[in-house]
Design a protein around this ligand. Structure first.
Ligand SMILES: C[S@@+](CC[C@H](N)C(=O)[O-])C[C@H]1O[C@@H](n2cnc3c(N)ncnc32)[C@H](O)[C@@H]1O
Length: 377
């Protein structure tokens, strides 16, 4: 039967079902009936968590800003011991800790003391997450009126100032100050993604890797540490490339790592690499410039070379809200780009001339999904 013939029936069925689920009578019945009780409870909790999400995020912001991950990593502490260190009253400290315990950031440890909970411990071991949390203050400001943001009625957003290249007519003219904050954030959060990508696609079989939009070289430094024979090329805006040069010198990579500065929308990329990586770069750009960037990568790669696109993608199983809700609204506030599904990235790669396009599984799709393609030999 053609899809068009089935759709009206399906629509009618879905609407009838939604009306039943929306009815208070049904909800009360489902919450009491033994076979549906657990589903009803899970849904009620999920809906409450959606309503409360901003509050949870602000508890997390306070927890990070007051450096509780580091303090509690030293060992468990009582409220009385913590309050002066946090410059809070004892009752405010107890309130914050109760909230943190409920969110598994902290955990009671007996004797009135508190230590880290499982999520707090993961946070303490990862400065990248704390840096992400800190910069969210800008995002939340931009999202204060989400409908105005969707309608494009917001004045210049905080995030468009933070990610200065997103709205700059001449990004190559940005000075070091304008790129410093986002470049440090990206470097800090590489701890979350670099090994994830390199475990999924080990680069050891290549000779030269070009990291396009490579930031201050944190990703390539990790590549260089894992494969000592690889030659490393990086392309980014001039003041960002300058920071990469400093990093390469500081970690003893200066003899095999070169950073090039320029605007990849107009300047040619360095040629001859047999692998090119775009880590969290493509989704920053609308379709036309994204396609032009992939075409420039195709031009720069040696025949037979591999391109690797790694970023959180829309519709990723197990990480759906990361691509579609978080990055969808994040990039809207930033003022450029959109999250793409793996299928859309594959289509862009094909249009740019790549072949043998395939997806690679990552252990943690929250950090990144990966699509690779090959420039024909
Ligand atoms: C979201 S950051 C990702 C950085 C790095 N790949 C990472 O994952 O840590 C995007 C990078 O693309 C660079 N970029 C943006 N527009 C650019 C342009 N027109 N030319 C060159 N680099 C650009 C930015 O400076 C920034 O370093």
């Amino acid at each position: 039967m053609p899809v068009d013939a089935v759709l009206p029936w399906l629509d009618r069925w879905h609407t009838a079902r939604d009306r039943v689920l929306a009815s208070r009578r049904f909800q009360r019945w489902a919450a009491g009936f033994p076979l549906t009780r657990w589903v009803a409870r899970r849904r009620a909790r999920a809906l409450f968590d959606l309503c409360a999400g901003f509050v949870y995020s602000q508890v997390l912001a306070a927890f990070v800003r007051l450096r509780l991950p580091e303090i509690l990593l030293e060992g468990p502490r009582t409220v009385a011991a913590l309050a002066p260190r946090l410059a809070l009253s004892e009752s405010a400290t107890a309130r914050l800790l109760a909230a943190a315990v409920s969110l598994r950031l902290a955990a009671p440890r007996g004797g009135g003391r508190f230590g880290l909970g499982p999520l707090g411990a993961a946070l303490a071991g990862n400065s990248g997450v704390a840096a992400m949390v800190e910069h969210h203050a800008l995002l939340y400001g931009d999202l204060a009126d989400p409908v105005a943001l969707l309608r494009g009625e917001r004045p210049p957003t905080g995030l468009s100032g933070y990610w200065a290249y997103a709205s700059a007519s001449d990004p190559a003219a940005l000075d070091g100050e304008r790129v410093a904050a986002y470049t440090s954030l990206m470097a800090a959060s590489q701890t979350l993604v670099a090994d994830e990508i390199l475990d999924a696609y080990p680069l050891g079989g290549h000779r030269t890797v070009l990291d396009v939009g490579g930031g201050d070289g944190a990703f390539l430094a990790r590549v260089g540490a894992r494969w000592p024979a690889l030659r490393l090329l990086l392309f980014d805006l001039p003041p960002v490339a300058e920071r990469a040069r400093s990093r390469f010198a500081a970690c003893g990579l200066a003899d095999r790592a070169t950073a090039y500065g320029g605007d990849f929308r107009s300047a040619p990329l360095p040629r001859g690499a047999d692998a090119a990586t775009l880590v969290r770069v493509l989704h920053d750009h609308d379709d036309e410039p994204a396609l032009a960037l992939l075409a420039a990568v195709w031009e720069a790669l040696a025949p037979g070379g591999t391109v690797l696109v790694a970023e959180p993608m829309s519709g990723t199983a197990g990480a759906e809200p990361v691509g579609d809700a978080y990055f969808g609204f994040y990039l809207l506030a930033m003022g450029s780009g959109r999250p793409r599904s793996a299928r859309e990235v594959e289509a862009l790669l094909a249009r740019a001339g790549f072949e043998r396009i395939r997806r690679l599984a990552t252990r943690n799709p929250v950090a990144a999904s990966i699509v690779v393609g090959r420039r024909p030999s």
